[in-house]
Design a binder for this molecule. Sequence first.
Ligand code: PLP
Length: 393
Amino acid sequence: MIYLDYAATSPLRAEAREAMLPFLDGRFGNPSGLYAIGRDAQAAVDGARQTVAECLGARPAEILFTSGGTESINTATLGIAYAMSRAGAGNHIITTAVEHHAGLHVAQQLEELGFEVTTLGCDGSGRVSVDEFRRALRPGTVLASVMLANNEVGTVQPIAEIAAVLRDFANEAGHRVALHTDAVQAPAWLEIDVQALGVDALSLSAHKFGGPKGSGVLYLKRATPFRPLLHGGGQEMQKRAGTENVAGIAGTAAALAVASSGIAERSARVRGLRERLRDGILASVPGSQVNGCQTNCVPNNLNISFDGIESDVLVRLLDERGIAVSSGSACSNSTWEPSHVLMAMGVPIRRAVGSIRFSLGEGTTGDEIDEVLAVLPVEVGAARVESSLPVGG
Ligand code: PLP
């Protein structure tokens, strides 16, 4: 199999597996236990917290372990918005049209609960405007949630600039707005330093960087107004109840430690492979076009539209050739469901429904890229026949 869907998930790193195994076996204690095996589990969780904090430039007490990116995003958004509004600070939040569904849908829920939500658009590359962000601020804004790197097109948002706008706003208007970022697609490709980014909350998902599925991280800056989403025992410093996933936490920390080193070399190698794939496709497949920008982005993502195809058809044909890629948009029962990200970028619907996301990873080789390039023109041709959409439309 040639796997080019690393943005969906990635294989478990050997270091993560090693770190997890003892806790799936003899070291099975509950961290709340006061006896030796419980203290051992608690020590493992504490050690993992320390490691993750070091990777992100945070304090250990600012790191919470969760069940993944979705939980972290929901917890941060609901928890901060709710606490701020209860404190009488307001009920307006700002988000963007290109967030992952976790961010989009939690904002919709806040709207149903009576919050006012401003959803910022983006330019043709998927980037939001800092000026537009500034103009959206008003008295009563309590939270902004803007993702760091987009999962469909890889575009990186100007988070540090947005944080600076919020600092100015706090100084001028005396009104604090918390900033959350969904950084799920960033580890292994971008340095993540919460101080440099200037965020109050940041979400990660372990399986995107070689950790286990169902395990995530929420950075929550000290003194950020917050109300827990999950209630129960006092785990995670009273902020996230539930017996800790000790093996998952150990694997998450081990994977993040590896992902956080050698970023420049890793990115340069994978960027080179992406460019080879992109240039090869554009040269050999007429009617192909890149979506998103290729400079201000994570280096492993390549989103391409092929005129005249439905992406699900091409995903299936490539799967039959042993190549795993992802479709940007779905087509079900003859109804097109174009990607909300491509729509926000102003990509015409006919092009959006023919979009494929190739996401490369550490395991990707030059031979694999060449193999995909050899197969693709034929399979795009076959997909065009099956899809019966007008080419060039
Ligand atoms: N945010 C982004 C940008 C993602 O790509 C994903 C996963 O696809 C998530 C959030 C959700 O993460 P998880 O799968 O850990 O719930």
